[in-house]
Ligand binder design. Structure first.
Ligand code: DX5
Ligand code: ZN
Length: 225
């Protein structure tokens, strides 16, 4: 039986001991490190950027999954390639030239991710699917960790899973926001491949154990990036 890809979000980590947190993820069964970049414009919050990414890059061999919540992300594609991003996700709502930007991310040697806000319909993926390695479905309004999961996300995942199957595509479906052990099995059943978890992991008494517990859930549509 295949397993989900687990991506702990370090937005919820203890920044005073970030190296220790990365080390914990590195020793866990997590596959990716989810790295949330917020600009205070696209979302009403500012998080972290290049100095933090460059500091943690040498500390882990895990895939670094950068989620850009910034306006005009095309300004930073080359920079994130240089700073060591493996997967780079841009928001559909934050750029005019989605097609051009996805192609550029792939040209730069990264896996291309296209993120959508809760209210954005999944049909935006239809024609660009060949250039989308990861479809990042936001299950909360982006900007903050610790928010409550939006239940209509299940319908979006099911619809996207069907689109991907019909296209014979290997695009991964990643879910981000309010993921926990209550909704994770249902998300995987709906067709999710990658689970991002911030507060559920880092607010737990044993984050490493929590990551490993999520990893044991059965996945249904596993493909490896
Ligand atoms: C929210 C971020 C998420 C966040 C998830 O805007 O994109 O990645 O860190 O945190 P939780 O799992 O706490 O909702
Ligand atoms: Zn995120």
């Amino acid at each position: 039986m295949s397993k989900p890809i687990i991506a702990p979000s370090i937005l919820a980590a203890d920044f005073c001991h970030l190296a220790r947190e990365i080390d914990m993820i590195d020793k866990s069964q997590a596959d990716w490190v989810h790295f949330d970049v917020m600009d205070g414009m696209f979302v009403p919050n500012i998080s972290f950027g290049s100095p933090v990414l460059r500091a943690i890059r040498p500390l882990t061999s895990k895939v670094i999954d950068v989620h850009l919540m910034i306006e005009q992300p095309e300004r930073y594609l080359e920079a994130f390639a240089e700073w060591g991003a493996d997967v780079l996700s841009i928001h559909a709502e934050a750029c005019i030239h989605i097609d051009r930007n996805l192609r550029r991310i792939k040209e730069l040697g990264m896996k291309a991710g296209l993120a959508i806000n809760p209210a954005t319909p999944v049909h935006i993926y239809q024609h660009v699917l060949p250039w989308v390695d990861v479809a990042l479905i936001m299950s909360v309004n982006p900007g903050f960790g610790g928010q409550t999961f939006i239940p209509y996300t299940y319908d979006k995942i099911r619809a996207l899973r069907q689109m991907i199957a019909q296209a014979g595509s290997s695009t991964l479906i990643e879910v981000d926001g309010g993921v926990n052990l209550d909704n994770a099995p249902k998300l995987l059943q709906a067709g999710a491949d990658v689970l991002v978890a911030g507060n559920f992991v880092f607010s737990s008494t044993d984050p490493l154990h929590t990551i490993n517990t999520l990893k044991q859930l059965p996945a249904f549509n596993q493909k490896i990036v």
